[in-house]
Design a protein around this ligand. Sequence first.
Ligand SMILES: Cc1cc2nc3c(=O)[nH]c(=O)nc-3n(C[C@H](O)[C@H](O)[C@H](O)COP(=O)(O)OP(=O)(O)OC[C@H]3O[C@@H](n4cnc5c(N)ncnc54)[C@H](O)[C@@H]3O)c2cc1C
Length: 488
Amino acid sequence: MTYIDQLREALGPDKVLDADFDRFSYSSDFSPMGPGEEVVPDVVVLPSGTEDVVKVVKVAREHGIPITPVGGMTGMLGGGLAIRGGILLATHTMGDVLEVDVANQTVRVQAGATLQSINDRLEAHGLWLPHLPESKWSATVGSSIASDNDSTFGMRHGKILQPLLSVHVVDGNGNSVEFGHRKSRFTSSGYKVKDLFVGAEGTLGIVTEATLKVEPLPPYRRVEMIVMPSLTRAVDLIGHCLRSGISLEAAHINCRHRLGFYTHAYKVKHGHEPEIPDWAGALFSFAIAGDKEVVDFQTDWVLRQGEEAFEGQVVAERDIVDSWWTSKHTLDFEAFQQKWPASQGEKKFGAADVGVPMGELERFYEEGFMVLLEKHGLQVLGMGAYLEQPNSIGLSLSCAVFVDYHDQAQVDAVRASVVDTSRKALEMGGTSTTYMSDTYVKIDTMREEAGDALEYYRRIKEILDPYHIMNTGKKWEDDPRPAGRDEE
Ligand SMILES: Cc1cc2nc3c(=O)[nH]c(=O)nc-3n(C[C@H](O)[C@H](O)[C@H](O)COP(=O)(O)OP(=O)(O)OC[C@H]3O[C@@H](n4cnc5c(N)ncnc54)[C@H](O)[C@@H]3O)c2cc1C
């Protein structure tokens, strides 16, 4: 009996797909891929919950078959591609919200629930899970944990670790286990093993369920933008806000190139470019939410300080401000009218995600982003810095380019630039990834960043995935066998 027959027997035939068309449907995500670069898994499984996942892992373990778990497959660096073949475990069939505990403000979900679907359920109770990337319609809670993605509301609510109370995981041995405390908001007991699964990309186990804390929905929100003379002045203004007790809910800094991303929508609507001052070096966009009186006071204060003390200019055109908030959050845009013309036709979006210390932002932009794009001959889309730490200046950079997917040389250049950009961030005391994780593209920079800690990573992997079947090829590409197993 083949392992695929065994999967059919264990799960039932409807949950196991091995027809060419089905397998091809799961062969690409949103990462730059050239012609014919699709990665077709050998078989796709559609589990209903933890028990099914245990069955799949046990079969895979017996035969040494790699398993790649996926959510919405909107990852932008290939984390969800089955690059070593084997089983692709799709989680969209485990998308239930299992419990909304209104009194304790928690939610229990299956890992394949999308962030939007969770919020749709919470809204009726006046609650929300404020972990919301732009891709919230397809991004799942399992992949948010696995890739440690960014959220539009990171400035106030942080990343997924902030609300994550517990994870239920099936590890590479086929064991099913809950890590974390389900409803108390924090704990000092034991080891915080649940945190290991954040950013692990499924290489330590498959997340099947999670409990998260949720918050009361804010009654009112204001969204504004200020054109700033430089990236550094935008960072300075945010620092001033924090010192002064302003509670920013969302904060983004965009470089001057990325301004065009938002002014394009204005041009489409009005037939002409908006007036942007020649001296514009950056765009600071922010949201403040809560009670109207408090929000209005704080927002007006930020706008006044931005102009009077930090040489900025408030963006008066609501269409530009709305275009930022639409793309980040509300997303009710008219097809083909927003952002860049034909952006999903001739050319697509490619990006490197890195983090740099706050004092290095301007230097990274000039000496990292711009210089590296020139070296690789890539077309600039722009650099955005998303603030992802609650009440702190924690920068997650999206270094974006246009890429023609029909041109293999360009796709290769994007991958090379991602590695170079990560290395540059490391040189500046930063980190090689902030929202996509390492995938198979950044294995070398992951190792450089880990240094001596790599040996401990290996030992952890040995405990949780001793057969190296969990998302094989990611993070550990050139070390498919754990240390010491050759002697066995
Ligand atoms: C238009 C667009 C906008 C985007 N906006 C943002 C943004 O604002 N912020 C941001 O950070 N990212 C953004 N992204 C990137 C991407 O959407 C996010 O990183 C998101 O988290 C990926 O979710 P997914 O469900 O599609 O994950 P997938 O691509 O399916 O998987 C991502 C990783 O998670 C692993 N994984 C998935 N499920 C599990 C599980 N249950 N257990 C263990 N591992 C698992 C996969 O193996 C893979 O390594 C955007 C992408 C697009 C296309």
